[in-house]
Write a protein that binds this ligand. Structure first.
Ligand code: GLV
Ligand code: MG
Length: 294
């Protein structure tokens, strides 16, 4: 199984549509998330579980995640029982609102991993932050350590957040600035990987609006975005990766700075820009990211 390192794109696909799972796996999405939650009607949850399980077993070489149902739905443990199999890298858990729930999820996973003879901790978790309470508690949620450690990062769910807040999501997304910033800062402060942004759902036929939405998340420090349509993948992968110009510039900065530092200077000017330790460190991180991607 491929280890999860970073996620620029995570494509959702309904668990009750196995044909679409096959198509999703063939896309350039970094990971595929098979949905057992909101894309699957209540009446079909039960019959969908074995279908999802088969797909995970089919695609061992591809990071395939499952979005299970929330802790208090009555579906949670049965979902875990069905989909935790060798090859499942991660479960996305919706509607997490408190740190204690992270411990509860860990307990559920430990039980199932033990039952199936799997290594404890082999399944990581991505909680969805999608209510006002969850946003308020996000730092505690991402700071909650488990034994074994499981938290990959968190994802933002704007649709449920907007429902909770009683507002409409707009194309320009000003109303989402606060929860996004709060989630990204919380992840950084807790030392977990950068979060995943909400899917863009407002207009699936407006690539410019999608691009602007992705850029908003990039600028706030998200590592990637949930996608709800294959058309969203390429642009998302591109915008969450360093560009050729950024890579070349970063190389130039690092080289010029290393030379200056060897000569006893830790602050230089390059192409009219001031370069010091934080600037060069940012460039080193861009180069490291580029190495992992390309
Ligand atoms: C995703 O689950 C969302 O609520 O946006
Ligand atoms: Mg949701």
């Amino acid at each position: 199984m491929k280890e999860l390192e970073f996620i620029r794109t995570a494509l959702f696909v309904p668990g009750n549509r196995p044909d679409r799972v096959d198509k999703a796996v063939d896309t350039a999405a970094d990971v595929v998330i098979i949905d057992l939650e909101d894309a699957v009607p209540y009446s079909q949850k039960k019959e969908t579980r074995p279908v999802v399980r088969e797909k995970i077993l089919d695609y061992q070489e591809r990071p395939v995640l499952v979005r299970i149902n929330a802790l208090d739905t009555g579906f949670f443990q049965e979902d875990l029982d069905a989909v935790v199999v060798e090859g499942l890298s991660c479960v996305m858990v919706p509607k997490v609102e408190a740190a204690a729930q992270i411990l509860e999820i860990n307990r559920g996973l430990l039980e199932v991993e033990a039952k199936k003879g799997m290594r404890p901790g082999s399944v990581s978790i991505i909680p969805l932050i999608e209510s006002a309470l969850a946003v308020e508690n996000v730092f505690q949620i991402v700071s909650q350590r488990t034994d074994p450690e499981r938290l990959f990062t968190v994802a933002f769910g704007a649709a449920d957040f907007a429902l909770d807040m009683g507002f409409e999501i707009t194309k320009t997304g000003e109303e989402l600035f606060y929860p996004r910033a709060r989630i990204a800062v919380a992840c950084r402060a807790a030392g977990v990987k950068p979060p995943l942004d909400t899917p863009f759902m407002i207009d699936l036929k407006d690539p410019e609006a999608l691009e602007a939405d992705i850029k908003r998340a990039c600028r706030l420090g998200f590592q990637g975005k949930l996608c709800i349509h294959p058309n969203q993948i390429d642009i998302c992968n591109r915008l969450f990766s360093p560009t050729t110009e950024e890579i070349e510039y970063a190389q130039k900065v690092v080289q010029a700075f290393d030379e200056a530092e060897a000569g006893g200077s830790a602050a230089i000017q390059l192409d009219g820009k001031f370069v010091d330790y934080p600037v060069v460190e940012r460039c080193r991180r861009i180069l490291k990211m580029a190495k992992r991607i390309f």
